[in-house]
Design a protein around this ligand. Structure first.
Ligand SMILES: [Zn+2]
Length: 306
């Protein structure tokens, strides 16, 4: 067969055969060597349903541990990442071809990371139904659960206050795409935290992209703030809500007032406050402009630490 015929048949690329190349059958050993060399040089083809992805190495992780998490072999990981696999350093990004990673929250909110996170704002326009991303916030990634819970309560809020044209709710940071440290926050590392701006009585001049605004019991729109807070308290997956002490007190007083004649409701919600039987709300001095919510470890996330 001539070279031209081979090219035409698609067996060879037009430049594959060089003058002087032996086209006859090579001895078995030579062929094996050639195929081994070809295999090593050729980039690994990633066949569906597997896809090329990157994995950020966490602290104290070994190559075999990572391989187990990713569903690939340690040998393949070495082959795909010759340099990074020789000395594993936390934060290094390993390339791998494997089954699409299941989303998971790993480690603690203050020392953790996020795998396969979901972006609250996938189109990057800083807004969604009933919310805007507060100015200078770019960490909008969370576990699918976190993003779902936030969207749900915020859209309920919008539905409830559609007529009054309430300002969109300002969302602060969640986590970075792959979690990890997010200064100045100590937590927000594992996709389970989110900051949500307090709802004030007066409309901000530029509510669209305003920063999270400091609230006091006087400036807080306590009715709306309670509606939103209640939505999260009604979700059994809400683990904690941090807010400044006087804001927590204002909400508590409001509950005593609105559920004055409904003892069951009153007691149900008061137990979530500091000193109650099931304290979810934690009063502090830091959260003056927003509440900081943390959700429980998603079910099935075995490496998530509460
Ligand atoms: Zn926060």
């Amino acid at each position: 067969m001539s070279r031209r015929v081979l090219v035409a048949l698609g067996v060879l690329s037009a430049c594959a055969v060089l003058p002087g190349m032996v086209m006859g059958r090579a001895p078995a050993q030579a062929a094996a060597n050639a195929s081994a060399a070809k295999k090593a040089a050729k980039p690994h083809k990633c066949q569906k349903p597997h896809v090329w992805q990157t994995y950020r190495v966490g602290k104290h992780e070994s190559l075999s541990e990572i391989a187990g998490v990713l569903g690939v072999s340690a040998e393949d990981l070495k082959r795909w990442n010759p340099r990074d696999s020789r000395r594993l350093r936390p934060g290094a990004r390993l390339k791998f071809c494997g089954p699409r990673l299941e989303p998971q929250s790993v480690g603690r909110p203050s020392d953790g990371r996020l795998i396969g996170g979901v972006n609250l704002d996938p189109d990057g326009d800083n807004r969604g139904v009933g919310w805007v991303v507060a100015a200078r916030r770019e960490a909008t990634w969370g576990t699918p659960e976190t993003v779902r819970y936030v969207r749900r309560c915020v859209s309920q809020f919008r539905h409830r206050y559609k007529r009054s044209k309430a300002d969109p709710i300002a969302i602060g940071d969640l986590s970075r795409r792959q979690g990890g440290p997010l200064p100045p926050h100590k937590s927000h590392q594992s996709g389970r935290d989110v900051d949500i701006g307090f709802i004030l009585k007066s409309r901000a001049k530029n509510a669209d992209d305003g920063p999270l605004r400091v609230a006091t019991p006087t400036t807080l729109d306590v009715e709306k703030q309670w509606f939103l807070t209640k939505c999260f308290l009604d979700n059994p997956e809400t683990q904690m809500i941090f807010m400044e002490a006087s804001i927590a007190s204002a909400l508590k007083e409001y509950i005593k007032k609105v559920y004055k004649k409904n003892r069951r409701q009153r007691e149900k919600y008061l137990r979530f406050f500091p000193g109650g039987a099931a304290p979810i709300i934690q009063a502090d001095e830091e959260h003056t402009s927003h509440m900081h919510l943390r959700f429980r470890c998603p079910k099935g996330d075995k490496r998530c630490i509460p």
